[in-house]
Write a protein that binds this ligand. Structure first.
Ligand code: ADP
Ligand code: DP6
Ligand code: CO
Length: 359
């Protein structure tokens, strides 16, 4: 979009993207350069009313080079190979359009300014890199008026941050590891739209807003190099879990969904612990959340809640709307009583809806 009346026009587009929380975790790259994963993964995109990234991309001949990114009001480098891969893929697609239609403004040659903010903790295990890169890719694709569909854009987002490819779609989304050496089949796939299972909810428990010590990128690299459990997880555990998870979602079988989710979270954190030096993403508060889920499931006499933790201490608890009181009630009470949930670390409780497939 062009700003009216400007001598040197500024072209601008804004967008938002959702966080997605994996129920089968991506952990390990078979090709770090193309950001190709060792195993497939599956996640649920959360409603943007709760957690979202907002990003504005603009370009103008009045801007000086290089491209810039401002993240949560601070400058953030775009110099790494991964953001650069995203920017050059998007510029190449814009430049194809400009070659086909010479009347189009030559946006592909202009410096970019990207301004982004997350309304949730950044780099704390709540998928900021996923929402962040999905929003960045979509904002620039909108700015460049690219015709590519979300699945095709997911191939570009994947190069920025692997989990970002899944945030281009809403609902229940898989990222198939793919087998092509160039990564052309390693992209997001819609497993089911939100409307398929409308009573699914996620409760987010922020145990810490702190930036994690070990980034996901660095952590998984060390796991690939040193963990003995990793190979079995990637080759045996995850393929079986992916199959069971897709079945559970197709049949709207919450107990199976929950069992597979909790097991995969445990398997992922066990693999982190099996890394040298060991990686501890969970803390005492996280472990208290696991016990709270166990207890409320015991009380209910069936599984009505499932915990999962990404690469950070913050808990995501999946449950069905009809069990809201039995699941959310105990956590609300624990929030009031337990040190670590409140105070300096800043506890937050959110009831996330699950995003639509076209968000
Ligand atoms: P998380 O668990 O939050 O995904 P990661 O270690 O995977 O943590 O990635 C965090 C990094 O992702 C940040 O340090 C930053 O480089 C990048 N990132 C986070 N949010 C954004 C955003 N909105 N736009 C661009 N990059 C972002
Ligand atoms: C534990 O996608 O953040 O959240 O590709 O290196 O940017 P990079 O890693 P990232 O890893 C996410 C790991 C996870 C599991 C998941 O989201 O599937
Ligand atoms: Co991440």
């Amino acid at each position: 979009m062009e700003a009216a009346g400007a001598e040197k026009p500024i072209y601008r587009a804004s967008t938002t993207a959702p966080v997605n929380i994996a129920v089968i975790k991506y952990w390990g790259k078979r090709d770090p350069k193309l950001n190709l994963p060792t195993n497939s993964s599956l996640s649920v995109s959360l409603d943007q009313a709760d957690l979202r990234t907002h990003t504005t991309a603009s370009c103008s001949s009045s801007y000086s080079s290089p491209d810039t990114l401002t993240l949560n009001s601070k400058p953030e480098s775009l110099e790494g190979a991964r953001p650069q891969a995203c920017l050059s893929s998007l510029r190449a697609l814009r430049s194809e359009l400009e070659e086909k239609d010479p009347s189009l403004p030559k946006l592909s040659t202009l410096p970019l300014r990207i301004v982004s903010s997350n309304n949730f903790p950044t780099a704390a295990g709540l998928a900021s890199s996923a929402a962040g890169f999905a929003a960045l890719i979509r904002a620039i694709a909108d700015l460049y008026e690219l015709p590519q569909d979300p699945t095709t854009l997911s191939l570009i987002a994947r190069q920025g941050s692997g989990s970002a490819c899944r945030s281009l779609l809403g609902g229940y989304v898989a990222w198939d590891h793919g087998t092509e050496a160039d990564g052309s089949d390693s992209k997001a796939r819609l497993v089911a739209p939100k409307s398929h299972w409308p009573s699914m909810r996620a409760l987010i428990l922020v145990a810490s807003h702190e930036k994690k010590d070990v980034s996901s990128t660095a952590g998984m690299q060390t796991t690939v190099q040193t963990s003995q459990l990793f190979k079995t997880r990637a080759e045996v555990v995850v393929p079986a879990a992916m199959e069971a998870m897709e079945k559970a979602i197709a049949e709207k079988d919450f107990e199976s969904f929950a069992k597979v989710t909790m097991r995969d979270s445990d398997s992922f954190h066990a693999t982190c612990l099996d890394t040298t030096p060991p990686i501890f993403y969970m803390n005492d508060t996280s472990r208290a959340a696991i016990r709270a889920v166990e207890n409320l499931n015991k009380r209910a006499g069936k599984i009505i809640a499932a915990y999962t933790f990404d690469a950070g201490p913050n808990a995501v608890i999946y449950y069905l709307h009809e069990n809201r009181e039995a699941v959310v009630g105990p956590f609300k009470r624990a929030l009031g009583e337990k040190e670590g949930w409140l105070g300096q670390q800043g506890a937050a409780i959110g009831y996330a809806e699950i995003a639509q497939e076209d968000e």
